[in-house]
Ligand binder design. Structure first.
Ligand SMILES: [Zn+2]
Ligand SMILES: [Zn+2]
Length: 174
């Protein structure tokens, strides 16, 4: 199946940028450093070692996940024509990962660019709204997306071979 997203001209496929991985590792090391070396010198009553390992590692992982999340948002938001700066700010301001949850609830469909005219197109478009470029194979009867190798539409049973050649296979011939 030809995925409409694969026509995206996005050259960097990595979803989590290097800087956020570096910051995440640094955050983990800092948190461990603080909990293992700084905090014990300030408290006289130390919890059992098993509890401390669990507690300290959990906070370290949480801190690094936080920065990985921000990195992901900075990459993912532009693909959806959303403001990366705005959503990174939301992720920082909202406590306890609520910003990230909001992002996933509210994010827009992915957009890519039409290979013919570079117009922004959403991943569920069948045709480019500006130049009529055929972005995805679709049924000639109900116009839902079909795989280019299908013989019949999975939604309405329409025999795809009856369509005009371009309706189903133009995508293959590109
Ligand atoms: Zn176009
Ligand atoms: Zn159909």
């Amino acid at each position: 199946m030809r995925d409409p997203q694969s026509i995206s001209v996005n050259d960097d496929a990595r979803l989590v940028p290097v800087w956020s991985i570096v910051v995440a590792i640094a955050a983990f090391v800092l948190v461990e450093y603080y909990f293992w070396l700084i905090l014990p010198t300030q408290t006289h009553h130390l919890a059992p070692i098993g509890f401390r390992i669990y507690f300290n590692l959990s906070w370290g992982v949480l801190a690094s996940l936080y920065f990985l999340m921000v990195g992901y948002v900075s990459k993912d938001a532009p693909r959806r024509a959303m403001s990366a700066r705005f959503w990174i700010a939301i992720c920082f301001v909202m406590p306890g990962g609520i910003g990230a949850v909001l992002y996933f609830l509210l994010r827009q469909p992915e957009v890519s660019r039409c290979p013919a005219c570079s117009t922004h197109v959403q991943s569920d478009f069948h045709f480019c709204p500006q130049c009529d470029y055929h972005l995805a194979a679709n049924c000639g009867n109900c116009f839902r997306t079909v795989r280019a190798t299908d013989q019949f539409c999975t939604r309405c049973g329409h025999e795809l071979a009856r369509d005009q050649m371009p309706a189903r296979l133009r995508v293959l011939g590109q």
